[in-house]
Design a protein around this ligand. Structure first.
Ligand SMILES: [Zn+2]
Length: 319
């Protein structure tokens, strides 16, 4: 594995492992509100700096780097602290919640259990440039009945963290639409709640619209078999639309299956603009304003500069 990554993507047979070419640059730039730059993918993995350079070259100005366990959340917070084009989200992913509950986390070495892992997320949520709690939620596709109690406990604890820190929340909802909505309504959703990689339909989009929740569209909205997502896009008010890659996953058409990256976000934006019958620049401007309302500006909190000593350090630490 590349030393510049925290994890390597599990490879499935027959995938094409080369990165797609850069698309034409956008006129009005946008932000990728959900990506995983800590995961190495492809035959020649790209580290986060190169990823952000390529993104900048096509008008993707910044990203929210999302954690899913303790190591990736720590990495997200630490990297966002020194990288001006990155903000961070931290959480225990719903599929990891049962693993922390009973099996010592992803690598089996965590001794704090699920409660200890959630306490660590609570600590990270207070750090500068951590702007969201996520991804959290429910996943009834990959986690079976035996893991559900841990998922609910974790989801509700993350909702509480988001509220206490005044942060946005990014929801992972896979095959659990009704249960996610029921939980949000029962315990009360954070003020800024985002369905990351929205996977519902027009009826669900209406419920989200009514509750003021945001829908973040990923490359899946370009997939031929995803008419439900294009229907949802038509229903949700423009002021509640966000956009993401979920890289390295969910690569938009026509590169489905190859490694995804923030620099491919213009493909998804342009497909959405065509679907809505509007100009990509107009849609980009709207999404930018939504993005800043939900997460704030990328330059709102200054980055720490690990290479430039503070004044006191520079003059020799005189007290
Ligand atoms: Zn994700």
């Amino acid at each position: 594995m590349s030393e510049n990554h925290v994890r390597t993507r599990e490879q499935t047979e027959g995938r094409e492992l080369s990165y797609p070419p850069l698309p034409e640059a956008l006129t009005v730039g946008i932000y990728d509100n959900h990506t995983h730059l800590e995961i190495a993918d492809g035959d020649d993995p790209i580290d986060y700096r190169e990823q952000l350079d390529r993104a900048s070259a096509v008008g993707v100005r910044g990203v929210i780097q999302v954690g899913g366990d303790v190591p990736t959340s720590r990495w997200s917070a630490a990297t966002a602290a020194v990288e001006p084009r990155m903000l961070a989200a931290v959480a225990i992913h719903p599929n990891e919640a049962p693993v922390y509950d009973t099996a010592g986390g992803p690598d089996g070495t965590w001794e704090g259990g699920l409660d200890g892992a959630i306490a660590e997320i609570d600590r990270l949520a207070a750090l500068p440039r951590v702007v969201a709690v996520g991804e959290t939620g429910l996943d009834f596709f990959r986690t079976g009945e035996e893991g559900r109690a841990a998922q609910y406990r974790s989801f509700e604890a993350h909702i509480d963290i988001a509220k206490r820190h005044g942060l946005a929340m990014q929801i992972h909802d896979r095959d659990a639409h009704e249960a996610v909505i029921e939980t949000l309504l029962r315990v009360g959703a954070p003020e800024r709640t985002v369905f990351h990689c929205f996977s519902g339909d027009a009826a669900m989009a209406e419920i989200c619209a009514d509750n003021g929740w945001y829908l973040s569209f990923a490359g899946t909205v370009t997939f031929k078999n995803a008419q439900n997502l294009r229907d949802a896009l038509q229903v949700i008010p423009r002021s509640q639309i966000l956009i993401e890659t979920d890289a390295p996953f969910l690569t938009p058409t026509p590169f489905r299956g190859r490694p995804n990256a923030p620099y491919l976000l213009p493909l998804t934006l342009r497909a959405m603009a065509v679907e809505l019958g509007t100009d990509a620049s107009v849609l980009a401007a709207q999404i930018n304003s939504n993005t800043e309302l939900v997460y704030g500006r990328w330059d709102a909190e200054p980055v720490a500069s690990p290479t430039v000593p503070s004044y006191t350090e520079a003059i020799g630490g005189i007290a």
